[in-house]
Design a protein around this ligand. Structure first.
Ligand code: UDP
Ligand code: MG
Length: 139
């Protein structure tokens, strides 16, 4: 995967609250092109593997419960400087610390239920995109 791509998930709370359209509009307006996208429901094994880096953290169990309680929208996004610019668009992990106008400031309920995922590096963007999509699903 090219390094001008990032990976996102609109998490179960965003889907439950009907925020898919509003969040995708923000993503498009910020200049990201959607390369791949689907509604999908992670299994417990999926979520444990996706978040394996956090397996020793105290919130891991809750995070896996949350991420598997309903469908998510998974997507690969393309833009110059995609990883960094998308992290700016989503805002801080804790919505209480997120800048005005960011996706998490507008749509996240708490540090746990924080509306969206954004990859933290080009390397992880490639790994996370490949976790959810085959090459034939990327455009
Ligand atoms: N999380 C949580 N409690 C915390 C930190 C993180 O429940 O104290 C959850 C939250 O959903 C977050 C995810 O775990 O988005 C991954 O954490 P990370 O530190 O990677 O934050 P992110 O990269 O998503 O901003
Ligand atoms: Mg992270």
């Amino acid at each position: 995967m090219a390094t001008n791509r990032t990976f996102t998930m609109l998490k179960p709370d965003s889907v439950e609250k009907g925020h898919i359209g509003a969040i995708l509009q923000m993503i498009n307006k910020a200049g990201f092109r959607i390369v791949a996208m689907k509604l999908t429901h992670m299994t417990t094994a999926d979520a444990k593997a996706f978040y394996a880096v956090h397996s020793e953290r105290p919130f891991y169990g809750e995070l896996v419960e949350y991420m598997t309680r309903g469908p998510i929208v998974a997507a690969i996004l393309e833009k110059d400087n995609a990883v960094e610019d998308f992290r700016t668009l989503i805002g801080a992990t804790n919505p209480a610390d997120a800048a005005e106008g960011t996706i998490r400031k507008l749509y996240a309920a708490s540090i746990g239920e924080n509306a969206v995922h954004g990859s933290d590096s080009d390397e992880n963007a490639a790994i996370e995109g490949a976790f959810h999509f085959s090459g034939r699903e990327m455009f």
